[in-house]
Structure formats: C-alpha cells, structure tokens
Ligand binder design. Structure first.
Ligand code: FCB
Length: 464
C-alpha cells in the first residue's frame, strides 16, 4: 500500500486504502445542551462564566448538529466523505459522569452511527473531546484518580452499545490541552491555574486512557482499533544557543515525551520529573499505573496545526500552560499565519510524524486533525473563496504523502473541520470549517475548500 510517486501530470496519488475524513467534536457543533437528559459539562459552566470565551459565546446552540445531524450526514455523503471523526458527549451518556447510561443520550449516537453507515461513511469515534461532566469536576475533575475509573465505565457503556458498528475508537483527544490549558493556564475549562494540579491531571488522563483501553477491549469486537490522539509539538529553537536548546528539551518534554514515553515506553521522562520536582513529588503515580498506561494500542492519532519556536526568556509571572517553564519564551515564527496567528509551516508536520515513527514503536499513525482558520466571507456570488485554506491543506497533504513514501505507516487524514464551529475560548470568531455555517440561519455553504477536498477524495490525490 505504498503511495505512488508524482505522475507526469504533477499529481501525488495516495494508497488505495488511505482513509480520508473530516473531524468535529460534540461541544463544538451539537448545541441542544439541555435536551434528552444531558447533564452540564465543564465547558457549559466555563462558557457561561463571563470573560472566559470571546464575545460571551457558548455552545448552547453551536451548529445545531444534534437536531440536524441527518442533514449533516447527507452533506458528508455529497462530499463523498469516506470517514467522519466525531466525539461522544460524556454528559449525554452519563449526565453526572457516573452510574447507568442515559438511554436517550446513547440512542442519539446510535442513530448517528446508523445514519453514517447508511451513507457509507465510516464512523471514527472519540470518547473524550474535553466535555467532562460538571459533577465529576466538582468532585476534583482530572485532579483525582477516581475520574480515570469513571472514564473507563463510560467507555464501557459506549463500547458495548456502538462497538458492533464503529471500527475505530479514540479514548482521549489531546490530553495535553485538557491537563495544561484546563488546569495550568486556565484558558480552557475548568479554568484552573494550578501547575502542580495540571501534572496530576496529565497522569490521571493517561491513566483514564489506559483503563478505557482495557474496558474497550473487553466489549469491542477483536477487529476494532483503539487509539489515542495527541497534539504533538514540532519544537524548534528560535536561535542557536545552549539556552534555546534547553528550552526545546523542556517543551518537547512536557508537550511530547510526557505523553509518548508513558504510552510507548511505560515510564515518564526523567528530565521532566526532575524539572518539575519543585511543584510535585509525583507520588500520584502508583505502582501498576505505568503498565495500565502502556497497554498496547492499535494506532496513534496526531493533530497538527503549527510549529512551536522557543528560546530562553525572562519569567513574566502570567499563568502558563507549561509548568516550571516560566523562563521559556515562545517566539512567533515569521511568515504567513492563519487567523489564529498560528504560523503556517507544513515542515512541522513532517518533523512530528518522522519523530514518532523513528523514536517510538512503529505504530500506525492517523492525522486526526489538521486545518486552518481564516476570516472567510460569504461572497456576493454566494461562495466562499478560501484559497488560503486550500493551499494550507495541499501543503500539509504533500508532507503526508512524502511521509508515506518514506515508509511511515500513515493511514489516514482528517481535515479540521467539517463545519465552522465553536472554537473554544475564541467562540464563533474563528472559522475552521470547509463548510461555512451561517449561525443565525444554520445554513451550510460549501467553501471552495470543500469542493477541492471532494476532488481530492474522488481522485485519491492532490495536484502539486
Ligand atoms: C484542536 C482541538 C479542536 C480544534 C482545533 C482547532 O486543539 O482538538 O477541537 O479546536 O484545535
């Protein structure tokens, strides 16, 4: 299943079974946050707290996908989308995060999966894309071990109900964000600013992944694949100096190795433990935990958007998502950037996938998110001319192709996102969709990138 070299007409063709898809997440698109017995999540609480989200936006309505999922699946079918990555909202399944399943919540996802299958779209399911039931946060959230056990119970409930129809399962989306944006910088729910707590949270998230992997294996058919998705950093020094090299080591440690080492080597990186000794003695790691965390998985999901450039700097005292790194300075990479201010550089994706392939178990990889926000406007002709997004996607896909050619077992690519949606702390101000959403009317309009992506899928390749 190797990718073929560029053909005479300048096309890069992907392996025949390469999985093309688009991704979304429950809180970002569903809306309908109080129906069918759904309980509140930390994102409901956070978004409803003044000052937390730009414009006071919340996910109350979002892209109304919960109500209109059948139309959205029809749209996927028109796009010719072979796979769809979505997340299940934990508080729909267990409104308070524990106990028996809320039938109406599970029924919804069962209908969604049936609808996808009826349209020949493969469901790729994420169990946790950041919407922790609020009751669990009130009991300590990811700061306490019990949350990991609760997550395994939830995984079992969803696995038992949907395992017969969903072939690919992801436990967590980007645990780095849940731990460090949630509990250290407070930019994300639950908005805590306690660096020591954020390290405990990271461990409990990894433990949750391990327990859930076991729980899923017990209920899923043998052929189902279990994975976790990480947002790995392509960390580079802004200058050539020993201090910058040390800054790279520290950010690589917390952003990448803190997750990759436990998952694939069964231990935490010694340098990260040493650097953070002033914050914690790591006694939350209990005997047996590392075996649970390093249980074999079938695939690793990688989300990539932008590279990370660092140097040594002077501590500012502001809350940071990087514990014990106050003296690391983040430098903006010069050159083109997206509406998020994120530098556009596909080489970072190359760096990340090769690194994982070479340094960790040669595990199959999937790009579970990649994409860009731009200030898209609906033109007077009714179209959205998002050519910058097309070129972003094309450049990153060329890197994916090259990685496959050079032997990386990279099995699929999911564009973030299918639809414009609630971009967390940025609310609706940032548009990542290949399909435009007019929020007042909920009308969907294909951006040029959607037409382009349909062609990519259709021809299984890109023009270069
Ligand atoms: C990722 C998240 C996803 C989306 C993109 C832009 O970190 O997983 O939900 O917000 O960033």
């Amino acid at each position: 299943m190797t990718a073929t070299r560029p053909q005479a007409d300048g096309r890069l063709v992907f392996p025949t079974n390469f999985m093309w898809g688009a991704a979304t997440a429950a809180y970002q698109i569903e809306g309908s946050t109080t129906v069918d017995g759904r309980g509140p999540s930390i994102w409901d609480t956070f978004a409803h707290t003044p000052g937390r989200v730009d414009g006071g936006d919340t996910g109350d309505v979002a892209a109304e996908h919960y109500r209109n999922f059948r139309d959205d699946v029809a749209l996927m079918a028109e796009l010719g989308l072979p796979a769809y990555r979505f997340s299940v909202s934990w508080p729909r399944v267990q409104p308070g995060g524990r106990g028996p399943a809320n039938a109406a919540g599970l029924d919804h996802y069962s209908r969604l999966v049936d609808e996808l299958l009826a349209h020949s779209v493969t469901p790729v399911l994420t169990l946790y894309h950041w919407d922790l039931p609020q009751e669990l946060e009130d009991a300590g959230g990811w700061g306490v071990r019990d949350t990991a056990a609760r997550f395994a119970e939830y995984a079992e409930l969803v696995g038992a109900r949907l395992g017969d129809r969903v072939p690919i399962w992801t436990t967590l989306n980007e645990p780095w964000c849940s731990a460090f944006l949630g509990y250290a910088s407070g930019e994300h729910a639950p908005g805590r600013t306690d660096p020591a707590l954020s390290l405990r949270a990271a461990h409990h998230l990894l433990l949750a992944h391990g327990y859930a992997t076991h729980a899923l294996r017990a209920v899923l058919p043998a052929a189902a694949q279990v994975s976790v998705t990480l947002n790995l950093c392509a960390v580079m020094p802004a200058v050539t100096s020993p201090a910058a090299t040390n800054a790279v080591r520290r950010i690589d440690g917390l952003g990448n190795r803190l997750f990759l080492d436990p998952l694939f080597r069964g231990h935490y990186p010694a340098d990260v433990q040493r650097d953070t000794r002033g914050l914690t003695d790591w006694s939350f790691v209990v005997s047996g935990d590392m075996d649970v965390i390093s249980s074999p998985i079938d695939m690793l999901g990688v989300n990539y958007y932008t590279p990370t450039l660092v140097d040594a700097g002077t501590p500012s005292g502001a809350p940071s998502p990087w514990p014990a790194c106050a003296d690391v300075r983040f430098v903006s990479q010069p050159g083109p950037a997206t509406a998020m201010g994120w530098a556009i550089d596909a080489q970072g994706l190359r760096n990340v996938v090769h690194r994982v392939h070479e340094e960790y178990a040669p595990i199959p990889l999937m790009i579970t998110e990649n994409g860009a926000a731009f200030d898209d406007e609906l033109g007077s002709d009714g179209g959205v001319r998002d050519h910058e997004r097309i070129s972003y996607l094309r450049d990153h896909l060329a890197v994916v192709h090259e990685a496959i050619e050079s032997g990386v077992d990279l099995r699929g690519y999911f564009v973030w996102s299918l639809l414009d949606n609630f971009e967390w702390a940025y609310g609706y101000s940032k548009r990542f969709g290949i399909v435009h959403v007019d929020y007042p009317t909920q009308r969907r309009v294909w951006k040029d990138s959607a037409y382009w992506y349909r062609q990519v899928i259709n021809t299984n390749g890109i023009d270069v």
